[in-house]
Design a protein around this ligand. Structure first.
Ligand code: PEP
Ligand code: MN
Length: 346
């Protein structure tokens, strides 16, 4: 069940309602939203009786039954798509948002040039890893705080919001200090202490689906973040692992319409980490727009052949520009077929 308290309901009134729900045998989880307190009740109990009882409280606005194991991220909790502000860009609204930049921040020249190319081609968010989750411990692990500083500088210089990965609980604050959006990588999708920690910061989070996460597991991971106080979660499908070896992973584009039915959160596709191949990205990008994703993330590098990570899947600047040009008619169709979005919350 999800119980929304009325505007202006006091803390005591919310506590009273929580107590009542617990008396029915449920566990409660409440979050203080910008406007009101919302309570999720989970577990087993007499739903009908409990709902009736709750609806008779003057302080309760609504109480609805939600059968999915995730509550706050479900469509039943919120029918309108969430729109999330990242710098000047809004994802989940009327714009198909492209995030791009190198896999890793390497040097000032590299990230500055990338920011310029991303902005010039119409990208809205600059990406660049400063803490890198590498399969091998011998590979480049990221410039850490120095990388964060360079990324921020490059984003500011070209009017772009910046997104970067946070890998550990201890780094959440420092990454949040520099970045507009925190990325949780595929390998950390079930790092529950990390999910709780980013649930406590006031920065949007982009949560990547794990290599072997089911959609339900992804939504439960998002629920961790939201139930710890941060409603601004963007989901990212970045390819799942299958028996196929021609591509790095397989992009599950059907996750977009499936997720759109289950959740109000925005969804981004990442054809770079799914394919691992620069030559395929422009074609897959067309599918990302056509399937109705809210945005896309790709990698671009001034000289992909000398990139310190993910060179083979990084577009050249010319390739990125060309892809963005080629996408325009698709984005126009995307806009026409887009259901009208509710006004964005300030
Ligand atoms: C990345 O975005 O560079 C990255 C490491 O992504 P993923 O977690 O999807 O592998
Ligand atoms: Mn990468």
């Amino acid at each position: 069940m999800i119980i929304s308290m009325k505007l202006g309901a006091t803390k005591e009134q919310a506590e009273d309602v929580c107590k009542r729900i617990e008396d029915f045998g449920y566990r409660v989880h409440s979050i203080q939203g910008e406007e009101r307190v919302v309570i999720a009740a989970v577990g087993k109990g007499d739903v009908t009786h409990c709902l009736e009882s709750l609806l008779s409280y003057d302080s309760v606005e609504s109480a609805v039954r939600i059968s999915a194991p995730y509550k706050f991220v479900s469509r039943q909790y919120q029918a309108d798509r969430s729109q999330i502000k990242m710098g000047d860009a809004v994802i989940g609204g009327d714009e198909f948002v492209v995030m791009a930049g190198p896999c890793s921040v390497e040097t000032e020249d590299q990230i500055m040039a990338s920011a310029e190319a991303v902005a010039a081609a119409g990208g809205k968010i600059l990406r660049g890893g400063a803490y890198k989750p590498r399969t091998s411990p011998y590979d480049f692990q990221g410039l850490e705080e120095e990388g964060l500083k360079l990324l921020r500088k490059a984003g500011d210089a070209h009017g772009l919001a910046v997104i970067t990965e946070v890998m550990t609980v201890t780094n959440v604050n420092i990454v949040a200090e520099y970045a507009d959006v925190l990325q949780i990588g595929a390998r950390n999708v079930q790092n529950f202490p990390l999910l709780k920690a980013v649930g406590r910061v006031e920065r949007p989070v982009m949560l990547k689906r794990g290599l072997s996460s089911t959609i339900k597991e992804l939504l439960l991971s998002a629920e961790y973040i939201v139930s710890h106080g941060n409603p601004n979660v963007i989901l990212c499908e970045r390819g799942i692992r299958t028996f196929e070896t021609e591509t790095r992973n397989v992009l599950d584009i059907q996750a977009v319409p499936v997720l759109n039915k289950l959740t109000h959160l925005p969804i981004v596709l990442d054809p770079a980490h799914s394919s691992g191949r620069r030559d395929l990205i422009p074609q897959i990008a067309r599918a990302c727009v056509s399937i109705g994703a809210d945005g896309m993330m790709v990698e671009t590098h001034p000289t992909p052949e000398s990139a310190w990570s993910d060179g083979p899947q990084s577009l050249t600047f010319a390739g990125f520009k060309q892809m963005m040009e080629d996408l325009k008619p698709y984005v126009d169709l995307w806009k026409k077929s887009r259901p009208v979005a509710a006004p964005v919350q300030a």
